[in-house]
Design a binder for this molecule. Structure first.
Ligand code: GAR
Length: 199
């Protein structure tokens, strides 16, 4: 079986990238292989994780011209014959031109139960801060396809996580990652890779 070629786009610590690497090593991801990591930040620790796993990585920075930025990303994705793109803590909003080019081929992990606490301005710790401020008792994570609406594409998997007394945004972020993101992201990537092979 020919494996689906996966690119992971990152900006930071890369714990979700690590979860994908671990899932590939343990066989949870079997229909696809992580072939490329793209970071928009040269200092992202995710680059170290890619290197340790022997995965090719590149840094492409947005120098203020989003068209040029996305053009460079597209170029490397084409060169590497990438089938599926995973946004794993990638803190950039992609244009409709870009998302349209890869319809149903871009996945994103978001740290809340969409449609709560999502859309422009909701990323990283801000999401958990908003959930705590609102006072919800349950939050979670969502993996969805990416379209032109920020966090607006079709939902693939979701998992709920309880909020507990005394939670801070940092404590909640860790629980959502451990109990939801690191589980449903690899599962969704396998699901989409498996179906991609059949197309
Ligand atoms: C994760 O919690 C991810 O869901 C979130 O940023 C964190 C990245 O962590 N993404 C977003 O908020 C996107 N809207 P990581 O770099 O350790 O994977």
């Amino acid at each position: 079986m020919v494996k689906t070629r996966i690119a992971v786009l990152v900006s930071g610590g890369g714990t979700n990238l690590q979860a994908l690497i671990d899932a590939q090593n343990s066989g949870i991801i079997n229909s696809g292989e992580i072939s490329l990591v793209v970071s928009n930040k040269p200092t992202a620790y995710a680059l170290e994780r890619a290197k340790n796993a022997g995965i090719k990585s590149v840094v492409i920075e947005n120098k203020g011209d989003r068209y040029e930025f996305e053009k460079q990303i597209s170029k490397i994705l084409d060169e590497e014959k990438i089938d599926i793109i995973v946004l794993a803590g990638f803190m950039c909003i992609l244009s409709a031109d870009f998302t349209g080019k890869y319809e149903n081929r871009i996945l994103n992990v978001h740290p809340s139960l969409i449609p709560s606490f999502c859309g422009e301005g909701f990323y990283g710790l801000r999401v958990h801060k908003a959930a705590l401020e609102y006072g919800v008792k349950v939050t979670g994570a969502t993996v969805h396809f990416v379209n032109e609406i920020p966090d607006g594409g079709k939902i693939i998997l979701q998992k709920a996580v309880s909020i507990e007394d005394g939670d801070t945004p940092e404590i909640l972020q860790k629980r959502v990652m451990e109990q939801a993101e690191w589980k449903i992201l690899p599962e969704a990537v396998e699901l989409v890779s498996k179906n991609f092979n059949k197309e």
